[in-house]
Design a protein around this ligand. Structure first.
Ligand SMILES: Nc1ncnc2c1ncn2[C@@H]1O[C@H](COP(=O)(O)OP(=O)(O)O)[C@@H](O)[C@H]1O
Ligand SMILES: [Mg+2]
Length: 226
């Protein structure tokens, strides 16, 4: 097996709603090798986002372990996980999650500020990331002046700016047409080869699943390798 960037073992996650205990994730095992593109498919409500939140340290499991690099994420408190996240993990969402009043440049700058990268390195890295996603010429546009595909590419530039080891993308192509979806996937492939990143994403799209190195399917909170 490839060296693992992230290993999930026996993860369970349940929520108590009223008097009921809902078990959303059941005994999940997952292995994400370095420099691969891993995709997670499954019906809406099957638990994909709940698992992505645990992989990214936004949430912790009720049982089981999450080993990311040298970190046993399930043993760390919120503050410790936030610290690791800001340096080592980039997040991309279906709805882009950009700051509407900031330009593309300023949106990317914001993550660098949060992750503690020295200010003197910002400009070069921002321009490098925006050109990686083909948006160098759009640096001073606000999100409302960009197409959906362009906004998602700004979101990618924003997520990769601090050079995270792991990029997590929850349905990143769901709002995009086929061509823009293909462009985003080409950018992901380049990030793996050029920036040594590892990517885990969710999708419903069969044509996009073909680009994956590994595919998992979530079925009612149980994960199956495909
Ligand atoms: N904080 C929560 N409290 C209660 N139920 C939740 C919570 N988060 C998620 N769920 C439930 O867990 C199930 C799986 O949700 P989710 O992980 O968002 O699925 P998916 O991303 O595959 O659509 C859903 O039924 C959802 O309502
Ligand atoms: Mg979801």
């Amino acid at each position: 097996m490839e060296p693992s960037l992230l290993t999930v073992r026996g993860v369970e996650r349940s929520f108590t709603v009223g008097a009921q205990k809902l078990t959303i994730l059941k005994n999940i095992d997952m292995h994400i090798p370095s420099r691969t593109l891993v995709m997670l498919k499954g019906r809406s409500g099957s638990g994909k986002t709940t698992l992505m939140n645990i992989i990214g340290g936004l949430d912790i499991p009720n049982a089981g372990t999450v080993q990311f690099l040298q970190y046993a994420m399930h043993t760390l408190n919120d503050q410790q996980r936030t610290h690791i996240r800001r340096k080592e993990i980039g997040f991309i969402f279906q709805t882009y999650a950009l700051m509407p009043l900031l330009t593309a440049y300023e949106n990317v700058e914001l993550t660098l500020r949060m992750s503690g990268v020295p200010r003197k390195l910002w400009k070069e890295r921002i321009l490098e990331c925006l050109s990686k996603v083909g948006l160098a010429k759009r640096a001073h546009h606000r999100p409302s002046e960009l197409s959906g595909g362009e906004q998602q590419r700004v979101a990618i530039a924003k997520a990769i700016a601090p050079k995270p080891k792991l990029l997590l993308a929850d349905e990143p192509t769901a709002e995009l047409d086929t061509l823009m979806g293909t462009t985003v996937m080409a950018v992901f492939r380049e990030l793996i080869t050029q920036e040594n990143m590892t990517i885990c994403m969710t999708t419903h799209d069969p044509s996009i699943l073909e680009v994956a190195d590994d595919v998992y399917e979530m079925v009612d909170g149980t994960l199956h390798a495909r």
